[in-house]
Design a protein around this ligand. Sequence first.
Ligand code: APR
Ligand code: PHB
Length: 386
Amino acid sequence: MKTQVAIIGGGPSGLLLSQLLHVRGITSVVLERRTQAYVLSRIRAGVLEQGLVDLMREAGVADRMEREGYPHTGTILAVDGESFRIDFTQATDKPVMVYGQTEVTRDLYAAREAAGGRIEYEVEDVVIDAHGPSVSYTVGGEPRRVECDFIAGCDGFHGVSRKTIPEDVRQEFEKVYPFGWLGILSETPPVNHELIYATSEAGFALCSMRNETLSRYYIQCDMSERVEDWSDDAFWAELKRRLPKEHGDALVTGPSIEKSIAPLRSFVCEPMQWGKLFLCGDAAHIVPPTGAKGLNTAASDVHYLYNALRRFYEDGDSAGIDGYSETALARVWKAERFSWWFTSLMHRFPDQSRFDAKMQRAELDFLRTSPEAQAALAINYVGLPY
Ligand code: APR
Ligand code: PHB
């Protein structure tokens, strides 16, 4: 098979890139290890920056998001039972869009299918030749090969793309946090029309939503805890304990339809390109979920790579391609910094000294009272410019 861009991974990064390239008449093939149903069964965050909203529009996949998504112009922070609001519009002219990542992925699959886009599912044994360039793989034991001009490694944290960059070239930077997030999805109305990020002696909690009848809640937990040991009742009780009284009292509880524990990690791989291979999204970096930067940072990589490829094919200009890693990483590190900062501010660390706890409270009080500190949070939360 021949194509212009071979894309490894059919998650949001790979699909968005494929669809954007298609709009510009650039061909691609997406190689996905799982089935489409499996990819769509993964539950992920649901807050989209304006940059991603604009990319969805450019890709021609924004209709349902515009109809069913919720623009939010602020978020609530709750500290030891007292809450205050961060207004995004004071410091930026942008809202965020609350729309689930699963829905973004669903819309992208529909658009690729409607356009006759080539997606191979259940591919195995992917081997990348970053200099050929080509990608070989098997489907049902049968060997196949794609020849291409470029390869986009959009295969997530556990994919093969990053590992194709030789160890003496690749540098990895990592921080693992000493806690996880226990999350549930429930068919109940959200406790508030805006998200609530809460911190207290008992630890972090987040109230999020998918729509008027579907809520997503998280509480910080120990990584040694097991989902089986958390009944729905125990979850609701612990969540309520971590929220201000007015929100705790308003909480509508019900059976969970999903419950899972996720670890928190910060990770960056440098460089993000090797030969004709370019990494995008979770393949190159991971953020802890506080602030919802995972999907949004993947989208910024896609923005840079898509525009670099466009410039190459439309104008014969390879400057964007050559500078991709440097350009993408500059923004990646800022999203890493924000996610690390917001995580550090809002969680209880098991080894925290009394002094550390006082520093956290002082910073939270500064944030509560300083318009400048709130502006710094807002501009990062809605997304730094590309
Ligand atoms: N070959 C082919 N496909 C692979 C391989 C492989 N060897 N390894 C992994 N994949 C596929 C996975 O099955 C998955 O569908 O690559 C896809 C990667 O998707 P994601 O992990 O969702 O990563 P990405 O598309 O970069 O999305 C960005 O934002 O909110 C965050 O972590 C969240 O998924 C989210 C991410
Ligand atoms: C979510 O809705 O799942 C979500 C929202 C905001 C975050 C993290 C997760 O910061």
